[in-house]
Each structure stands twice: as C-alpha cells, then as structure tokens.
Ligand binder design. Sequence first.
Ligand SMILES: C[S@@+](CC[C@H](N)C(=O)[O-])C[C@H]1O[C@@H](n2cnc3c(N)ncnc32)[C@H](O)[C@@H]1O
Length: 316
Amino acid sequence: MQTGAATRPARTRAGPKVGQDPLPGLCCPSGLVPHRQTTNVKESMTDRTERSWVPDGLLMDKPHPARMYDYLVGGFHNFAADRQLADAVGEVYPHMRSGTVAQRAFLRRAVRFLVDQGIDQFLDMGSGLPTAGNVHEAAQAANPEARVVYVDNDRVVLAHSELMLSADPRATLICEDLVNTDAIFNHEEVVALLDLSRPLGVLLNAALHYVLDDEEAQDAVDRFKHRLVPGSYLVLSHPCLDETSKEILDRVLPLYQSTSDTKVRSLDQIRQYFDGLELVDPGLVRAPLWRPEAPDDVLLDQPEQYLGFVGVGRKP
Ligand SMILES: C[S@@+](CC[C@H](N)C(=O)[O-])C[C@H]1O[C@@H](n2cnc3c(N)ncnc32)[C@H](O)[C@@H]1O
C-alpha cells in the first residue's frame, strides 16, 4: 500500500528530527564558499556570517545527518555543529569517516558498473547532499548523456542542492519521501528527465535505514522492483546488526539519536530486498569488498570495520 508522507504513522517517521522542514518559502543558495573539514566548533559564528550559500531559515546550530555525512566524506556543506557531532561519533568509532568514505566509494563503483552495463539513467533515493563525488558526475564521466534524478525528503538537502545542480540539465533533485513510489515515478521532473520504459538504476545507498518500519521498508523496495523494467538494477547498502557490528553500534547509535532515528537490520532482512533479482558478483558483501579497484581502497584491509552490507541486483 502506498503511504504518503502526511499519512505515515508516527512510529515509522524517520530521518532528520532537526531542520526537517523548517523552511517554508525556502530560497535557494546564492553562492558557494568552500569550507572543508574544519573541526573548530567556535567557528559557528563565522559559519553564520560568511557563507553566502546558506539558505534563509536554516537551523545551523543543530547537527543535521546529511551535512554530517557531507563532512565525513570530505564535502563542504556542513557547519560546526555537524562537525562536532561527527567528530564525537568518530571518537567512539574511529572508522566512522573511513566507513562513510568506503560507502560513498562503493556507490561510485556501482554507478560505473551500471554504466558499463548500458544503464544511462538513475534514480538516487535518499541522495543526501550532492557532495564529494556525486552520482551524476560519476555517471557522466563514463557516459556524458547519463541522467540522474536525486530524491530526498529533506528540504535542507533540496535547498543546498539547487544551485549545485542548476548548471546540469541532466541532473535534478526532487523533494519526496522514498516510500512514495507513485509520487516519485509520476513526478513531472522524473517523467521529463527519465524514460521509465527503459532500464533504470535505482540507488538506495545508506537511505533505507531511515524508514523505521520493517514492513514499510520492504514494501517500498518491492514497489520499486515492480516498477522497473527488465534489465534495470537495484543498488543498495544498509547498516547491519551482526556479531561484528553490535558492540560498535551500541555506542554509536545513541549519539545519532539527537539528529535522526535509524533502523539497523539483519543480513537476512537486507538479503530479502534483493528477492526476485539476480545478485551481481560478488553478492552481498561489506562495501570495501564490492569490486574494489585499487589495492589501497579505504578499509580494504579491514572490511569488517564497515558496519553494513552492500549489493547490486539486476531485474531479469
Ligand atoms: C546518509 S544520507 C545518504 C546519502 C547518499 N545516498 C550516499 O550514499 O552518499 C541519507 C539521506 O537520506 C535522506 N532520507 C532519509 N529518509 C528518507 C526518506 N524517507 N525519503 C527520502 N529520503 C530520505 C536523508 O535526508 C539523507 O539526506
């Protein structure tokens, strides 16, 4: 059953608690001021006054998961509060940054793999900020004609994204909840940019764990698979609760509670998302082990420090 954002039951509400939609009449950023990975939290006033890219009404003194993620992968759309919490997580889990970088690197490898298979259009669900190493850049480097629709339910992400994507007619972002399959597939920008009668790459990288209800998450994935034409692909990564990760997650997740609720799932649950698809080699693995390209890929020497599993499935 399709469930709209407004009608979703409270227990399944996921994603950012802070700044989720504080921005009626949001304006788009007017410029970009690079500001990379500075950890000095006293700089927050500088953040406030110097950044012309900051949308009006943004809550800059509260950490936001998408900006924390941006900070961890080396982007510059983040504020002191985001860096402070990300660094606090890093103190209890020293591989937080490398795990996030490994996850983002998997996404780029998977996108390039899909382009090699002839995929030239992508729906990136729960895309986050268009941060270091964007999907459309990875795809268009391999095929300049590749088109990407980013989907995120967070208006903060939308605000940060508009300027970055405005110069590229083949990439856009829509503000929608990933469980709203019909709204996404019928969205005018999706219909305008993508040809849904042709194979598509659906990316669910580090996003589904924000849908807290297991059945709702499974239903959303099943609806995507149903809508895809044969030859389409699903790319998915998801944090996993197993013997290796439990001890670390027990310490990390409480820190995230101030910014977002997430649901860590079992390997069996993650495997079920690929039911009905042909799992591409090497199957469901930790991110650094999915078709690594260089011997010095991050965490390749200790993949168990990546706290989830990733996979790519093809619809037969
Ligand atoms: C950790 S970021 C992942 C970024 C990106 N997919 C990547 O792999 O680098 C998760 C993103 O999912 C978004 N998100 C969370 N729940 C969502 C939902 N129900 N629908 C759409 N986006 C959602 C958040 O706003 C956030 O930007």
